[in-house]
Design a protein around this ligand. Structure first.
Ligand code: FES
Length: 98
């Protein structure tokens, strides 16, 4: 069973998904979908409330940026990566592999 449908994801407008006790930030960039842990490693802010530019997502609270493809930190004040999850998109079905 899919977690989301591709057609419900809006370009560069991330959504928060609860799955297996985890909060996941899911973002569609072009025809691809990426998933990372939703909680910023700098604090308790939800990354899915942040702004997306290209493959970067910016935490709304203090401005740390993460790479949606890898979870890597791209700018301070966060110093630790968030976990990135594999996503499979088959037709309109989007599944996050936890
Ligand atoms: S909580 Fe995200 S940058 Fe501070």
């Amino acid at each position: 069973m899919s977690d989301l449908t591709f057609s419900q994801l809006v370009q560069s407008k991330p959504v928060r998904l609860e799955k297996s006790g985890k909060s996941i930030c899911v973002a569609r960039i072009g025809e691809e979908v990426f998933a990372i842990d939703d909680t910023c490693t700098h604090g308790q802010a939800s990354l899915s409330d942040g702004d997306v530019t290209g493959f970067r997502i910016e935490c709304w609270l203090h401005g740390a940026e993460f790479d949606l493809r890898t979870g890597e930190v791209l700018s301070l004040p966060a110093t630790e990566a968030v976990k990135a999850y594999k996503v499979s998109v088959i037709a309109d079905s989007v599944t996050i592999e936890i």
